[in-house]
Write a protein that binds this ligand. Sequence first.
Ligand code: FEO
Length: 395
Amino acid sequence: MGKKISNKVTWVGKIDWELKTFHGDELSTHKGSSYNSYLIRDKKNALIDTSWIPYDKEFVQHLKQEIDLSQIDYVIMQHNECDHSGALVELMREIPNVPIYCTKKGETIIRGHYHKDWNFVNVKTGDTLNLGETTLTFVEATMLHWPDTMFTYMSGENILFSNDGFGQHYASESLFNTEVDLSEVYTEAMKYYCNILNPFSNLVTKKINEILAMNLPLAMICPSHGIIWKDNPTQIVEKYLQWANAYSENQITLVYDTMWQSTRLMAQAIAKGIQEVDNTVTVKIMSIVKDDKNDVLTEIFKSKAFLIGSPTINNGYSFAIGGLLEMIKGLKFKNKKASAFGSYGWSGDAVKQMTEKLQEAGIGIVNDGIRQLWVPDTKMLEECTEYGREFIKTL
Ligand code: FEO
């Protein structure tokens, strides 16, 4: 059912309580998500974004309860990944001639997904659509995070529809930031930023500054996932500016994989050395197998430095650490330092290979890393602790 969020805007989205992974298995969504769609009623009526494919029929059915579909004058598609465009086929079956406003790239992507010849109207930054008492202004946000992305600003009610930007995978019956546990929302917003938007941080900063320079009054930011920023909406904009600027906290994270506990023991001993030298630094130890990979990446995002540990197996590092290293590379973390560690039995190549991978990912390498043969005894663990002391002193 729709929920009125302002005089002219009604939320007509879908809350997905059960969603536990997104983008296949690329991103965990412990708190579920929502696919926010917004219906604007003015002299002309516009629908902004739709819903994910599995909910297409439900979406259209609910929308019909909200408005006679023939009364919809415009469909605005801000970004055409299928979590937002997925209900288009079902919707356009009912209103095939209604114009779809999107960027040029958006049209290409919709055609590429659904292979339909709908009535597309391409818009670019600064183009407007008058609805009567309110006007929509479109702002291209290329590569935030797809080539087609755009934001839509609604004058009169001063609402920024930001699609994925400022969103969170967070399911809640309450729609506004005033009505939820804000610390949970920020945890999810940071995880979203880290795992989806971080590679585009330079563009994030540029786009935010471009929008701020427009000096638009802002009553609400309505993203396409999670809660709406109604109370002090610029708070999330300020957070984004921090996150986009090589963000780190006073934290060091150690992530390990282990076969027979030796590399795990090394992680603990290294962490001990770090804390002995600086007990103000937050030290976290995570297992890449037992902890969630996206939570691990978010902790790395928060860290000024991190260490990756793997035993040597088949002359290399473990499968799970290999996946993590690929994700670290893809997310393009900035201004972070790291080293590698791990146990071995004979070839012991993993530490060198992990170090090379980290370097390839643009991470500053602190030193050559540390290896220990077979199971570390007390003396070897003390070497790891000393390594931890030196690691933090070198930072
Ligand atoms: Fe929420 Fe990029 O789709």
